[in-house]
Write a protein that binds this ligand. Structure first.
Ligand code: NAI
Length: 507
């Protein structure tokens, strides 16, 4: 069987015309597809068409669309009074309530209405496509077509192959996505598909960092935004999404993967959910909001103190040279010896290690030691990490020195992997494991993450840029420090790092 998606009379049915259904209807109608809309709530489908017209007419006012094209698109959308009207459809997309039993019932009813050659798709974000299709006569014609909100702006759609989905279904949905100007990515029917699976590292590791008392939430956000170049910090993102949405997703993916430690939820968000501090929508989450504007968070002032001299770890010659150059540029007096002198500030540069472990391993005085995170460029924000016994005057002198050129500095408590190393290593590792499990191709994983999550790079390209071996070292050192299988490296990462090849190398 096949559906010719290029045909000019292609007819697409959409059941459920809420936020998602109307977005899909808009892009389909704009792509010249005939759209039939049905919603069980009276008047909802007509409202959806009116809202599409309003949205498109605003584009006309801005000079981005022609009025005639908008009339053409809206004219291609027909409202159905009953589900029976779906009979002539070549494809039907379901975007109703996220409930397995209700969706199953819907597909079984649709099977009695449409022709045998009609493709049926679900826009579910968290249910199993296989489970939705299980009660149907022809489960092979049912696939997942997972859009993101707002549909016209989020140019990505996951095309999901259930266990019994036939190949032509994914091909037709891929072609339809292309026709509508969206980027399709193909994924196996697994919890969270690609985007909601790959997104687990960012928030959950940030929550662990917060739970361990390593840094304030806003300091974590600053580090991830400025050093890591993420569009938003993890806590800003949690506040934007709302914990009523994100906490259940965190728990659901954790449970669906049978308590996979990489996805372990945090009691912090659970408690906030119970308290009703959900984020922006309740004017209080991690941040407090007034008229939609987040409160200003404190910045630790730059101390006037400077160290008498600075000794830089020699464990890694390249890093030693890089940090020596920076210290010199900042006007710091270099302590050139193999071993630090008594009054020197000692700077160590661990990968995945903590300041205490590294200070003891290098035999330097932990009271005079701070660790500097060198994984990212040092020109946007610098992270310094104390040991539990670093003297306050040494800490302040280090802060004064490394912030001396106006680059902001975050001073955090001891952590195996600082802040950014930990979060990024988790993101790369989870991306690698999605590839290892053959849920999607490496290219599709990176496309899905950049378009669906807005990360500066996909997890695999991110690993390549930062160095797969460095990511592997971070994870192994974190694993050894914490003894938590959460940090065990994916075989996909381990092999490619050892071979010295790109993480995008397929198998
Ligand atoms: P929504 O609540 O805005 O719209 C759902 C619509 O379906 C409503 O208009 C409702 O009247 C209608 N409906 C409910 N049961 C029906 C039935 N039995 N027959 C016909 N119509 C029925 O929901 P939204 O956000 O558009 O979500 C729809 C689906 O898309 C869900 O499966 C959701 O998980 C999924 N999704 C949602 C995303 C989001 O960001 N909101 C993102 C990706 C997927």
């Amino acid at each position: 069987m096949a559906v010719d998606v290029a045909r000019t009379d292609l007819t697409l049915g959409i059941v459920g015309t809420g936020l998602m259904g109307r977005g899909i209807a808009q892009i389909a109608a704009q792509a010249g597809v005939n759209v039939l809309l049905f919603d069980s709530r009276e008047g909802a489908a007509a409202e959806a068409r009116n809202s599409i017209r309003d949205i498109l007419m605003r584009q006309v006012e801005k000079g981005k669309l022609k009025a005639a094209d908008v009339e053409g698109a809206v004219g291609r959308i027909r409202i159905l009074e009953g589900l029976d009207g779906m009979a002539p459809c070549h494809i039907v997309i379901e975007a109703i309530v996220e409930n397995l039993e209700v969706k199953r019932q819907m597909f079984q009813t649709l099977e009695g209405i449409v022709s045998d050659g009609c493709l049926l798709a679900t826009n579910t974000s968290s249910l199993s496509v296989t489970a939705i299709a299980a009660g149907c006569r022809f489960p092979g014609r049912i696939g997942g077509f997972h859009f993101f909100s707002p549909v016209p702006l989020m140019k990505i759609v996951e095309v999901i192959d259930g266990l019994l989905t036939e190949g032509w279904v994914g091909e037709a949905l891929t072609a339809l996505a292309n026709r509508m100007g969206h980027t399709p990515v193909r994924a196996k029917d697994t919890p969270g598909f690609i985007v909601n699976h790959a997104g687990r590292g960012f928030g959950t590791e940030a929550l662990r960092i917060l739970g361990e008392g390593i840094a304030k939430f806003y300091e974590v956000d600053r580090i991830m935004r400025e050093a890591g170049r993420f569009r938003m910090g993890p806590f800003e993102l949690l506040d934007m999404t709302g914990l009523d949405v994100s906490h259940p997703v965190i728990e659901s993916i954790y449970d669906q993967y049978y308590q996979e430690p990489r996805f372990r939820p945090s009691p912090i968000t659970r408690q906030m959910l119970i308290a009703g501090t959900l984020g922006r929508k309740t004017n209080r989450g991690f941040y407090r909001y007034t008229d939609g504007v987040a409160e200003q968070m404190p910045v630790r002032p730059l101390p006037a103190a400077r160290p008498a001299r600075v000794w830089v770890s020699r464990t890694d010659p390249a890093l030693h040279a890089q940090v020596m150059e920076l210290v010199t540029r900042l006007g710091g007096a270099i302590d050139p010896g193999d071993r630090p002198s008594q009054d020197a500030l000692c700077i160590v540069m661990p990968l995945g290690g903590d300041a205490t472990t590294v200070a003891l391993a290098e035999g330097v005085d932990p009271t005079r030691t701070l660790a500097l995170d060198t994984l990212f460029e040092l020109s946007r924000r610098r992270t310094l990490m104390t040991t539990p016994v670093t003297l306050p005057e040494v800490r302040d002198a280090a802060h004064g020195l490394f912030g001396g050129d106006g680059v902001p500095v975050s001073v955090i408590n001891d952590s195996a992997g600082f802040v950014a190393q930990r979060v990024v290593a988790l993101i790369v590792n989870i991306g690698c494991d999605i590839a290892q499990q053959r849920i999607a191709t490496p290219q599709d994983i990176d496309h899905a993450v950049t378009l669906g999550l807005g990360y500066p790079q996909g997890p695999l390209a991110m690993g390549d840029t930062l160095g797969a071996m460095r990511i592997l070292t971070i994870l192994n050192n974190m694993l050894s420090f914490y003894g938590d299988p959460r940090y065990r490296p994916s075989p996909w990462l381990t092999r490619r790092a050892r071979l010295g090849v790109s993480l995008l190398t397929p198998e």
